[in-house]
Design a protein around this ligand. Structure first.
Ligand SMILES: [Zn+2]
Ligand SMILES: [Zn+2]
Ligand SMILES: [Zn+2]
Length: 258
């Protein structure tokens, strides 16, 4: 079995934590575990470096983790907190002298073309990002030495892509997992899944719903991501979770097998 490292680039919900102007205990916390950039992960194997989502904090995340090459970007869905930083793949275009492969569903590709219209079409301004859009669907695909299996999860009415790699899966922005996805998740041991807050939410799992889902899938270890300041302080929440489960944190590294 080969191993890869997953780094939590960000574990915060769309506003991040702290929230601008908020004076709640979580936003005022000095604990580094309570500082959450927008949700994204980095996957690094012997050959491949992949980012899932390029949110508004993408530049800062690449600098913090000292990422020097990037083979591909996978887009879970086109909400702003998952694509807003895509312009900064320019730096990798300059370094690698080729367009960045962006795996996205056809619907998300349309949104990306609207959002970054200046990067598409004729007579582009010099230096705009070079984005090579690649269709993402339910078929598994390979990037260098990594096989990725896409899984459709539901974010209220919106289909969102989750990904399985070997014994690991990453599920952000979901409040429901249809049957085919649950089948694909069978046998995983490590899971990162969204849990926005304790109270019920219309388009995200709550903490108790996410715990229940992790138990239903039957994983050994689970970390929760896409966390709002309403979740409360990490040090207060973690002791209340079942063994093997914790809130994810920015900079966290998870060794996966595939
Ligand atoms: Zn989101
Ligand atoms: Zn707050
Ligand atoms: Zn979303």
């Amino acid at each position: 079995m080969k191993t890869a490292t997953v780094t939590i680039l960000g574990s915060g919900t769309s506003q991040g934590v702290p929230v601008i102007g908020c004076t709640c205990d979580t936003c005022k916390s000095n604990d580094s575990l309570d500082k959450r950039l927008r949700s994204s992960i980095l996957i690094e194997s012997a050959e491949a470096t992949i980012v899932v989502d390029t949110g508004p904090d993408f530049r800062q995340q690449m600098l913090r983790e000292e990422v020097k090459k990037l083979d591909a970007v996978l887009i879970t869905h086109c909400h702003k907190d998952h694509i807003a930083g895509m312009d900064d793949v320019r730096s990798f275009n300059f370094l690698q002298k080729k367009p960045m492969p962006i795996y996205a569903s056809p619907a998300d590709q349309l949104a990306i073309k609207q959002e970054f219209a200046y990067a598409f079409g004729e007579n582009k301004y010099p230096g705009v990002p070079a984005l090579k859009l690649i269709d993402l669907n339910c078929n598994s695909f390979i990037i260098k030495d990594i096989k990725l299996i896409p899984i459709i999860v539901m974010h209220r009415y919106m289909p969102v892509y989750a990904f399985r790699i070997g014994n690991f899966a990453y599920i952000t922005d979901a409040n429901y997992i249809p049957e085919p996805g649950l089948n694909t998740l069978q046998g995983i041991e490590l899971l990162v899944i969204d849990a926005v807050r304790k109270e019920k939410h219309i388009s995200h799992f709550s903490l108790s719903e996410a715990v229940e889902m992790a138990q239903k899938i039957g994983v050994k270890r689970c970390w929760f991501t896409h966390i709002s300041h309403l979740m409360g302080k990490t040090a207060d929440v973690n002791p209340s979770l079942p063994s093997g489960m914790q809130l994810a944190w920015d900079g966290q590294k998870i060794e996966i097998g595939y």
